[in-house]
Design a protein around this ligand. Structure first.
Ligand SMILES: *Cc1c(COP(=O)(O)O)cnc(C)c1O
Length: 432
Protein backbone atom coordinates (compact mmCIF):
# COMPACT_ATOMS: atom_id res chain seq x y z
CA UNK A 1 0.00 0.00 0.00
CA UNK A 2 1.23 3.47 -0.85
CA UNK A 3 0.21 6.76 0.71
CA UNK A 4 -0.23 10.18 -0.88
CA UNK A 5 -0.13 13.57 0.76
CA UNK A 6 -3.48 15.35 1.06
CA UNK A 7 -1.69 18.49 -0.11
CA UNK A 8 -0.86 16.55 -3.32
CA UNK A 9 2.61 18.12 -3.64
CA UNK A 10 4.81 15.31 -2.32
CA UNK A 11 5.89 11.91 -3.64
CA UNK A 12 3.84 8.83 -2.75
CA UNK A 13 5.51 6.66 -0.09
CA UNK A 14 5.05 3.21 1.42
CA UNK A 15 3.95 2.45 5.00
CA UNK A 16 7.53 2.46 6.27
CA UNK A 17 8.30 5.92 4.90
CA UNK A 18 4.93 7.30 6.00
CA UNK A 19 5.59 6.04 9.54
CA UNK A 20 9.13 7.39 9.71
CA UNK A 21 8.26 10.77 8.19
CA UNK A 22 4.96 11.30 10.05
CA UNK A 23 3.97 14.22 7.87
CA UNK A 24 4.63 14.61 4.14
CA UNK A 25 7.31 17.13 3.06
CA UNK A 26 4.55 19.42 1.73
CA UNK A 27 3.07 19.42 5.29
CA UNK A 28 0.07 17.33 4.18
CA UNK A 29 -1.30 14.28 5.98
CA UNK A 30 -0.66 10.89 4.41
CA UNK A 31 -3.71 8.99 3.14
CA UNK A 32 -3.89 5.45 1.67
CA UNK A 33 -4.02 5.34 -2.15
CA UNK A 34 -7.00 2.99 -2.07
CA UNK A 35 -9.33 1.72 0.65
CA UNK A 36 -9.09 -2.08 0.92
CA UNK A 37 -12.34 -4.05 0.94
CA UNK A 38 -12.46 -6.48 3.83
CA UNK A 39 -12.97 -10.17 3.37
CA UNK A 40 -16.69 -10.69 4.12
CA UNK A 41 -15.97 -13.87 6.06
CA UNK A 42 -14.13 -11.80 8.66
CA UNK A 43 -17.40 -10.01 9.43
CA UNK A 44 -19.66 -13.05 9.13
CA UNK A 45 -17.52 -15.19 11.43
CA UNK A 46 -16.14 -12.50 13.67
CA UNK A 47 -17.31 -14.09 16.91
CA UNK A 48 -15.20 -17.17 16.31
CA UNK A 49 -12.02 -15.34 15.23
CA UNK A 50 -9.37 -14.38 17.78
CA UNK A 51 -8.79 -10.70 18.55
CA UNK A 52 -5.22 -10.99 17.28
CA UNK A 53 -6.32 -12.49 13.97
CA UNK A 54 -9.00 -9.80 13.51
CA UNK A 55 -6.51 -7.01 14.15
CA UNK A 56 -3.97 -8.64 11.85
CA UNK A 57 -6.43 -8.98 8.98
CA UNK A 58 -7.61 -5.39 9.41
CA UNK A 59 -4.15 -3.81 9.36
CA UNK A 60 -2.33 -6.07 6.90
CA UNK A 61 -3.46 -4.32 3.67
CA UNK A 62 -2.29 -0.95 5.02
CA UNK A 63 1.16 -2.25 5.92
CA UNK A 64 1.66 -4.24 2.72
CA UNK A 65 5.19 -5.49 2.17
CA UNK A 66 6.72 -3.13 4.71
CA UNK A 67 6.67 -5.68 7.57
CA UNK A 68 6.81 -9.50 7.21
CA UNK A 69 3.53 -11.19 8.22
CA UNK A 70 4.80 -13.08 11.25
CA UNK A 71 6.38 -9.95 12.71
CA UNK A 72 3.27 -7.91 12.00
CA UNK A 73 1.18 -10.55 13.76
CA UNK A 74 3.43 -10.28 16.83
CA UNK A 75 3.20 -6.48 16.75
CA UNK A 76 -0.62 -6.46 16.68
CA UNK A 77 -0.76 -9.12 19.39
CA UNK A 78 1.35 -6.95 21.69
CA UNK A 79 -0.67 -3.87 20.70
CA UNK A 80 -4.02 -5.25 21.85
CA UNK A 81 -2.95 -7.15 24.93
CA UNK A 82 -5.57 -5.54 27.20
CA UNK A 83 -9.33 -5.83 27.61
CA UNK A 84 -11.67 -3.72 25.50
CA UNK A 85 -15.05 -4.63 26.98
CA UNK A 86 -18.41 -3.44 25.68
CA UNK A 87 -20.57 -2.96 28.78
CA UNK A 88 -24.25 -2.17 29.26
CA UNK A 89 -24.97 1.26 30.80
CA UNK A 90 -28.63 2.17 30.33
CA UNK A 91 -31.46 0.96 28.06
CA UNK A 92 -30.11 0.65 24.49
CA UNK A 93 -26.83 2.29 25.50
CA UNK A 94 -23.47 0.58 25.90
CA UNK A 95 -19.96 1.83 26.64
CA UNK A 96 -16.89 0.59 24.79
CA UNK A 97 -14.16 0.86 27.41
CA UNK A 98 -10.99 1.84 25.58
CA UNK A 99 -9.08 2.69 28.74
CA UNK A 100 -7.72 -0.60 30.06
CA UNK A 101 -4.24 -0.09 28.61
CA UNK A 102 -1.26 1.00 30.72
CA UNK A 103 -1.92 4.75 30.58
CA UNK A 104 -5.69 4.51 31.00
CA UNK A 105 -6.67 6.26 27.77
CA UNK A 106 -7.47 5.06 24.26
CA UNK A 107 -4.22 6.47 22.86
CA UNK A 108 -2.38 3.37 24.09
CA UNK A 109 -3.28 1.34 20.99
CA UNK A 110 -1.89 3.88 18.54
CA UNK A 111 1.26 4.46 20.58
CA UNK A 112 1.93 0.76 21.15
CA UNK A 113 1.51 -0.06 17.47
CA UNK A 114 3.56 2.85 16.17
CA UNK A 115 6.43 2.27 18.59
CA UNK A 116 6.77 -1.36 17.60
CA UNK A 117 6.62 -0.60 13.87
CA UNK A 118 9.25 2.09 14.23
CA UNK A 119 11.39 -0.24 16.35
CA UNK A 120 11.23 -2.76 13.50
CA UNK A 121 12.05 -0.19 10.82
CA UNK A 122 15.15 1.11 12.62
CA UNK A 123 16.46 -2.28 13.71
CA UNK A 124 19.28 -2.32 11.19
CA UNK A 125 20.08 1.37 11.42
CA UNK A 126 23.45 2.23 12.83
CA UNK A 127 22.07 5.56 13.97
CA UNK A 128 19.68 5.58 16.91
CA UNK A 129 16.31 7.14 16.20
CA UNK A 130 15.25 9.97 18.48
CA UNK A 131 11.51 10.45 18.88
CA UNK A 132 10.80 14.01 19.95
CA UNK A 133 7.36 14.96 21.19
CA UNK A 134 5.64 17.77 23.09
CA UNK A 135 2.68 16.87 25.27
CA UNK A 136 -0.13 18.67 27.07
CA UNK A 137 -0.94 15.49 29.01
CA UNK A 138 -2.26 12.20 27.62
CA UNK A 139 -0.10 11.80 24.52
CA UNK A 140 3.19 11.91 26.43
CA UNK A 141 2.23 9.07 28.76
CA UNK A 142 1.02 6.85 25.94
CA UNK A 143 4.15 7.53 23.88
CA UNK A 144 6.45 6.96 26.87
CA UNK A 145 4.78 3.69 27.73
CA UNK A 146 4.55 2.53 24.11
CA UNK A 147 8.23 3.16 23.37
CA UNK A 148 9.56 1.99 26.72
CA UNK A 149 12.37 -0.49 26.15
CA UNK A 150 12.11 -0.42 22.32
CA UNK A 151 15.65 -1.09 21.04
CA UNK A 152 17.30 1.58 18.91
CA UNK A 153 14.84 4.32 19.88
CA UNK A 154 15.44 7.21 22.27
CA UNK A 155 12.37 9.18 23.34
CA UNK A 156 12.45 12.80 24.46
CA UNK A 157 9.21 14.24 25.83
CA UNK A 158 8.75 17.92 26.57
CA UNK A 159 6.01 18.90 28.99
CA UNK A 160 5.02 22.22 30.55
CA UNK A 161 5.98 22.43 34.22
CA UNK A 162 2.98 22.51 36.57
CA UNK A 163 0.46 22.19 33.74
CA UNK A 164 -0.08 18.44 33.55
CA UNK A 165 -1.91 16.42 36.21
CA UNK A 166 0.14 14.61 38.83
CA UNK A 167 -0.79 11.20 37.41
CA UNK A 168 0.17 12.35 33.93
CA UNK A 169 3.51 13.69 35.15
CA UNK A 170 4.34 10.40 36.86
CA UNK A 171 3.51 8.52 33.67
CA UNK A 172 6.14 10.59 31.85
CA UNK A 173 8.88 10.80 34.42
CA UNK A 174 9.12 7.48 36.24
CA UNK A 175 10.01 5.04 33.48
CA UNK A 176 13.69 5.83 32.84
CA UNK A 177 15.64 3.61 30.40
CA UNK A 178 15.16 5.08 26.89
CA UNK A 179 12.47 7.55 28.00
CA UNK A 180 13.74 11.08 28.76
CA UNK A 181 11.42 13.70 30.22
CA UNK A 182 12.09 17.40 29.95
CA UNK A 183 10.19 19.72 32.24
CA UNK A 184 9.95 23.06 30.49
CA UNK A 185 9.46 26.29 32.39
CA UNK A 186 6.75 27.44 30.04
CA UNK A 187 3.49 26.48 28.37
CA UNK A 188 2.50 23.63 26.06
CA UNK A 189 2.83 26.06 23.15
CA UNK A 190 6.45 26.76 24.16
CA UNK A 191 7.17 23.02 24.18
CA UNK A 192 5.58 22.59 20.78
CA UNK A 193 7.58 25.51 19.41
CA UNK A 194 10.87 24.04 20.67
CA UNK A 195 10.04 20.72 19.00
CA UNK A 196 9.28 22.47 15.71
CA UNK A 197 12.57 24.38 15.93
CA UNK A 198 14.40 21.11 16.42
CA UNK A 199 12.86 19.60 13.28
CA UNK A 200 13.86 22.70 11.31
CA UNK A 201 17.47 22.72 12.59
CA UNK A 202 19.89 21.43 9.95
CA UNK A 203 22.71 20.57 12.32
CA UNK A 204 20.38 18.51 14.54
CA UNK A 205 18.78 16.75 11.61
CA UNK A 206 22.11 15.78 10.11
CA UNK A 207 23.63 14.44 13.33
CA UNK A 208 20.49 12.75 14.70
CA UNK A 209 17.78 10.63 13.12
CA UNK A 210 14.90 12.72 14.41
CA UNK A 211 11.22 11.78 14.14
CA UNK A 212 7.94 12.63 15.83
CA UNK A 213 5.18 10.52 17.39
CA UNK A 214 2.47 12.96 16.53
CA UNK A 215 -1.15 11.75 16.40
CA UNK A 216 -1.39 12.36 12.66
CA UNK A 217 1.12 9.56 12.01
CA UNK A 218 -0.57 6.79 9.99
CA UNK A 219 0.88 4.21 12.39
CA UNK A 220 -1.05 5.83 15.24
CA UNK A 221 -4.23 6.49 13.26
CA UNK A 222 -4.85 3.18 11.47
CA UNK A 223 -4.66 0.69 14.40
CA UNK A 224 -7.42 2.60 16.18
CA UNK A 225 -9.76 0.72 13.84
CA UNK A 226 -9.18 -2.34 16.05
CA UNK A 227 -11.49 -0.87 18.69
CA UNK A 228 -14.45 -0.86 16.32
CA UNK A 229 -13.93 -4.39 15.05
CA UNK A 230 -13.53 -5.76 18.56
CA UNK A 231 -16.67 -3.88 19.60
CA UNK A 232 -18.64 -5.39 16.73
CA UNK A 233 -17.42 -8.83 17.76
CA UNK A 234 -19.14 -8.25 21.12
CA UNK A 235 -22.24 -6.53 19.72
CA UNK A 236 -25.32 -8.57 20.72
CA UNK A 237 -27.58 -7.83 17.76
CA UNK A 238 -25.65 -8.29 14.51
CA UNK A 239 -28.79 -7.69 12.40
CA UNK A 240 -29.08 -4.18 13.84
CA UNK A 241 -25.64 -2.58 13.77
CA UNK A 242 -24.79 0.01 16.43
CA UNK A 243 -24.90 3.78 16.34
CA UNK A 244 -21.47 4.83 17.62
CA UNK A 245 -20.74 8.06 19.45
CA UNK A 246 -17.08 9.09 19.69
CA UNK A 247 -15.88 11.94 21.94
CA UNK A 248 -13.76 13.88 19.47
CA UNK A 249 -10.99 16.47 19.60
CA UNK A 250 -8.44 15.98 16.88
CA UNK A 251 -10.79 13.50 15.13
CA UNK A 252 -8.26 10.68 14.82
CA UNK A 253 -10.28 8.09 16.70
CA UNK A 254 -13.57 8.69 14.85
CA UNK A 255 -11.68 8.89 11.55
CA UNK A 256 -10.44 5.35 12.22
CA UNK A 257 -14.02 4.24 12.96
CA UNK A 258 -15.27 5.74 9.72
CA UNK A 259 -12.48 3.99 7.84
CA UNK A 260 -13.53 0.67 9.41
CA UNK A 261 -17.09 1.32 8.22
CA UNK A 262 -15.98 2.36 4.72
CA UNK A 263 -14.05 -0.87 4.33
CA UNK A 264 -16.92 -3.13 5.36
CA UNK A 265 -17.66 -3.07 9.10
CA UNK A 266 -21.44 -2.85 9.69
CA UNK A 267 -22.17 0.37 11.58
CA UNK A 268 -25.49 2.20 11.56
CA UNK A 269 -24.26 5.76 12.09
CA UNK A 270 -21.46 7.79 13.66
CA UNK A 271 -21.82 10.70 16.03
CA UNK A 272 -18.90 13.06 16.60
CA UNK A 273 -19.44 14.22 20.17
CA UNK A 274 -17.60 17.52 20.73
CA UNK A 275 -17.39 19.82 23.72
CA UNK A 276 -17.64 23.61 23.32
CA UNK A 277 -14.99 23.36 20.59
CA UNK A 278 -17.54 23.10 17.81
CA UNK A 279 -15.76 23.70 14.50
CA UNK A 280 -17.00 20.41 13.04
CA UNK A 281 -20.63 20.63 14.26
CA UNK A 282 -20.75 24.10 12.64
CA UNK A 283 -19.19 22.76 9.46
CA UNK A 284 -21.72 19.93 9.22
CA UNK A 285 -24.55 22.49 9.34
CA UNK A 286 -23.12 25.21 7.12
CA UNK A 287 -20.53 23.45 4.95
CA UNK A 288 -18.15 26.24 6.01
CA UNK A 289 -14.97 25.29 7.84
CA UNK A 290 -13.63 27.98 10.18
CA UNK A 291 -10.76 27.05 12.50
CA UNK A 292 -11.17 28.65 15.95
CA UNK A 293 -9.04 29.35 18.99
CA UNK A 294 -9.59 26.42 21.32
CA UNK A 295 -11.58 27.06 24.50
CA UNK A 296 -10.87 25.29 27.80
CA UNK A 297 -13.43 22.73 29.02
CA UNK A 298 -13.58 19.90 31.58
CA UNK A 299 -12.99 17.39 28.76
CA UNK A 300 -9.65 18.98 28.00
CA UNK A 301 -8.22 16.31 25.70
CA UNK A 302 -10.83 17.50 23.19
CA UNK A 303 -10.01 21.21 23.42
CA UNK A 304 -8.99 21.50 19.80
CA UNK A 305 -9.87 24.46 17.60
CA UNK A 306 -8.62 23.10 14.28
CA UNK A 307 -8.85 19.29 14.30
CA UNK A 308 -6.01 17.89 12.16
CA UNK A 309 -7.62 14.62 11.15
CA UNK A 310 -10.95 16.01 9.93
CA UNK A 311 -9.45 16.56 6.48
CA UNK A 312 -8.95 12.80 6.21
CA UNK A 313 -12.68 12.27 6.83
CA UNK A 314 -13.58 14.80 4.16
CA UNK A 315 -11.24 13.02 1.73
CA UNK A 316 -12.81 9.65 2.55
CA UNK A 317 -16.21 11.00 1.47
CA UNK A 318 -14.92 12.68 -1.69
CA UNK A 319 -15.38 16.19 -0.25
CA UNK A 320 -19.15 15.67 -0.54
CA UNK A 321 -21.03 17.05 2.48
CA UNK A 322 -24.24 15.20 1.51
CA UNK A 323 -22.49 11.83 1.55
CA UNK A 324 -20.88 12.73 4.85
CA UNK A 325 -24.16 13.74 6.51
CA UNK A 326 -25.62 10.30 5.72
CA UNK A 327 -23.10 8.62 7.99
CA UNK A 328 -22.01 11.32 10.42
CA UNK A 329 -23.78 13.65 12.84
CA UNK A 330 -21.73 16.13 14.87
CA UNK A 331 -22.92 17.85 18.04
CA UNK A 332 -21.51 20.14 20.72
CA UNK A 333 -22.18 19.44 24.43
CA UNK A 334 -21.52 22.00 27.20
CA UNK A 335 -19.76 21.44 30.54
CA UNK A 336 -22.91 21.76 32.68
CA UNK A 337 -24.66 18.96 30.79
CA UNK A 338 -21.49 16.89 31.02
CA UNK A 339 -21.28 17.26 34.81
CA UNK A 340 -24.96 16.50 35.09
CA UNK A 341 -24.63 13.30 33.03
CA UNK A 342 -21.69 12.07 35.12
CA UNK A 343 -23.77 12.57 38.26
CA UNK A 344 -27.06 11.04 37.07
CA UNK A 345 -25.54 8.04 35.28
CA UNK A 346 -23.51 7.21 38.39
CA UNK A 347 -26.62 7.58 40.55
CA UNK A 348 -29.18 5.83 38.33
CA UNK A 349 -27.08 3.25 36.52
CA UNK A 350 -24.09 2.80 38.81
CA UNK A 351 -21.71 3.55 35.96
CA UNK A 352 -18.93 6.10 36.36
CA UNK A 353 -17.99 8.07 33.24
CA UNK A 354 -15.03 10.37 32.68
CA UNK A 355 -15.82 13.84 31.22
CA UNK A 356 -14.92 12.77 27.65
CA UNK A 357 -17.04 9.63 27.73
CA UNK A 358 -19.87 11.65 29.25
CA UNK A 359 -19.91 13.96 26.23
CA UNK A 360 -20.22 10.86 24.04
CA UNK A 361 -23.00 9.45 26.23
CA UNK A 362 -25.12 12.61 26.01
CA UNK A 363 -24.71 12.89 22.25
CA UNK A 364 -25.74 9.26 21.80
CA UNK A 365 -28.81 9.65 23.99
CA UNK A 366 -29.95 12.71 22.08
CA UNK A 367 -29.70 10.77 18.83
CA UNK A 368 -31.47 7.68 20.18
CA UNK A 369 -34.33 9.85 21.42
CA UNK A 370 -34.94 10.84 17.81
CA UNK A 371 -34.49 7.32 16.45
CA UNK A 372 -36.00 5.14 19.14
CA UNK A 373 -35.72 1.82 17.31
CA UNK A 374 -31.90 2.08 17.31
CA UNK A 375 -29.24 1.12 19.85
CA UNK A 376 -25.62 2.04 20.18
CA UNK A 377 -22.50 2.59 22.20
CA UNK A 378 -20.24 5.47 23.10
CA UNK A 379 -16.46 5.32 23.31
CA UNK A 380 -15.33 5.65 26.92
CA UNK A 381 -11.92 7.07 26.02
CA UNK A 382 -10.31 7.44 29.46
CA UNK A 383 -10.57 5.99 32.94
CA UNK A 384 -12.42 8.47 35.20
CA UNK A 385 -9.52 8.46 37.68
CA UNK A 386 -7.39 10.26 35.10
CA UNK A 387 -9.72 13.22 35.60
CA UNK A 388 -10.40 12.73 39.30
CA UNK A 389 -10.14 16.48 39.98
CA UNK A 390 -13.25 16.98 37.83
CA UNK A 391 -15.13 13.78 38.61
CA UNK A 392 -14.71 13.38 42.38
CA UNK A 393 -16.40 16.68 43.33
CA UNK A 394 -19.36 15.76 41.08
CA UNK A 395 -20.00 12.33 42.58
CA UNK A 396 -18.70 13.33 46.04
CA UNK A 397 -16.71 10.11 46.33
CA UNK A 398 -13.12 9.11 45.91
CA UNK A 399 -12.21 6.99 42.89
CA UNK A 400 -9.91 4.12 43.83
CA UNK A 401 -6.61 4.03 41.93
CA UNK A 402 -6.27 1.05 39.57
CA UNK A 403 -3.07 -1.00 40.11
CA UNK A 404 -1.19 0.36 37.04
CA UNK A 405 -1.48 3.88 38.46
CA UNK A 406 -1.07 2.96 42.11
CA UNK A 407 2.34 1.54 41.24
CA UNK A 408 3.72 4.65 39.61
CA UNK A 409 2.50 7.39 41.95
CA UNK A 410 5.10 6.32 44.52
CA UNK A 411 8.01 6.14 42.08
CA UNK A 412 10.51 9.01 42.01
CA UNK A 413 10.18 11.60 39.26
CA UNK A 414 13.21 11.93 36.99
CA UNK A 415 13.14 14.92 34.64
CA UNK A 416 15.57 17.46 33.22
CA UNK A 417 14.50 21.03 33.87
CA UNK A 418 14.89 23.52 31.09
CA UNK A 419 13.83 27.04 30.13
CA UNK A 420 11.69 27.53 27.06
CA UNK A 421 14.90 28.00 25.11
CA UNK A 422 15.74 26.06 21.97
CA UNK A 423 19.53 26.41 22.48
CA UNK A 424 19.23 24.41 25.72
CA UNK A 425 17.20 21.71 24.00
CA UNK A 426 19.71 21.50 21.17
CA UNK A 427 22.65 21.02 23.55
CA UNK A 428 20.70 18.37 25.37
CA UNK A 429 19.82 16.45 22.20
CA UNK A 430 23.39 16.57 20.90
CA UNK A 431 24.67 15.14 24.19
CA UNK A 432 22.20 12.22 24.31
C1 LIG B 1 -7.15 12.37 22.79
C2 LIG B 1 -8.43 12.14 23.53
C3 LIG B 1 -9.70 12.34 22.92
C4 LIG B 1 -9.85 12.89 21.52
O1 LIG B 1 -9.47 11.96 20.55
P1 LIG B 1 -9.22 12.41 19.04
O2 LIG B 1 -8.74 11.22 18.33
O3 LIG B 1 -8.18 13.50 19.12
O4 LIG B 1 -10.51 12.94 18.52
C5 LIG B 1 -10.84 12.03 23.64
N1 LIG B 1 -10.76 11.57 24.90
C6 LIG B 1 -9.57 11.38 25.52
C7 LIG B 1 -9.57 10.89 26.92
C8 LIG B 1 -8.36 11.65 24.86
O5 LIG B 1 -7.18 11.47 25.51
Amino acid sequence: MNYYSLNKKAPHVDFKQATIKGQAPDKGLYFPERLPLLDKSLIDNIESISNEEIAFQVIRPYVGEAIPEQILFDIVSQTINFNIPLVSVSPNVYALEMFHGNTLAFKDIGARFMSRCLGYFVKDNNKKVTVLVATSGDTGGAVADGFYGVEGVQVVILYPSGKVSSVQEKQLTTLGKNINAIEVNGTFDDCQKMVKQAFADEQLCSSLFLTSANSINVARWLPQQFYYFLAYKQWHDKKNPPVISVPSGNFGNICAGLLAMKTGLPIRHFIAACNANDVVPKFMKSNQYHAQQSVATISNAMDVGDPSNFIRIVEMFDHDIYKLREVLTAVSIDDDSTRNAIETVEKNHDYLMDPHGAVGYIALNQYLQKYQHLQGFFAETAHPVKFYDVVEPIIKKEIPLPPVVADIVNKPKIATSMDADFAQLKDYLLSL
